[in-house]
Design a protein around this ligand. Sequence first.
Ligand code: CP
Ligand code: NVA
Length: 321
Amino acid sequence: MVEAIQVNDQVLQFKGKDFLQLSDFTTEEILYMLDVAKEIKSLQKQGKPHAYLSGKVLGMIFEKSSTRTRVSFEVGMLQLGGHAIFLSSKDIQLGRGESISDTAKVLSRYVDGIMIRTFSHESVEELAANATIPVINGLTDLQHPAQVLADLLTIQEHKGKLAGLKLCYIGDGNNNVAHSLMEGAVKVGMDISIASPPGYLPNGTITVNAIKDGGQTGSNVMITNDPVAAVQDADVIVTDVWTSMGQEEETEKRLKAFSAYQVNAELCKHAKSDFIFLHCLPAHRGEEVTAEIIDGSHSVVFDEAENRLHAQKAILKLLLA
Ligand code: CP
Ligand code: NVA
């Protein structure tokens, strides 16, 4: 039987679902996940038990490098009373050509959930379509939803709210973090502005859907080539690397294309005076952000990194318990 959670007049169902992108969830579901994350964070800080996943096992497939995602999912499972298995694509048969669908069907016979970090978003969708257990997206070229759930938690903690804020993203609009931020921001009623150079604007379908979702929550979506226009009166400034994993051969071209899109003190003057700065990390000081900003008083990047743990424990509890 699927357990249902009643919030106001809505019935929320998480158990057995996948976590592939934030656009799959309603506003109420995202806000509920954040509430659960805060509750679990508080239990952990007080040293109180919260072994909701006793005896459960998460398989974690990694086709790209990771520090935060790997460690926070692995520690999260342990703190929830379960266990995580790290499956590098170099070591499992997937890396030697075994199909995604066979991998999904086999892992579904052993573990209770799969987390995957890979290149193509379609691979994650194929894995989820063939698995009989929840699949969690730990980053694809298109989306990084677990990161953005942690970002929303961080913003809520520092600003006391989400709806009505303005979030500004500067840099590569056509990347995983920018796309998930767009989807997440409009679901919770935040305005979002994205400034990217020509040729690096966000995915068209994600943009159109975000504008549509924003119509429901009152969120504005602004896409521009002008960083100063985007950052005007922002409460939250976010950036990400100019060269994402898998794009290394484009590094030189990207350094040139993004040179006017650095988050620095001059640009941040146009934001609200109490803006906060977020970056999913890893960061390249002197490229997408200056050391002055990322190591300065407005930066909350290490709270943000910590919140990966708490937000993901909420996802794991809701999907697997
Ligand atoms: N932010 C993030 O996903 O970090 P990792 O690549 O270290 O997992
Ligand atoms: N956009 C970055 C995020 C890293 C967590 C990348 O894909 O490399």
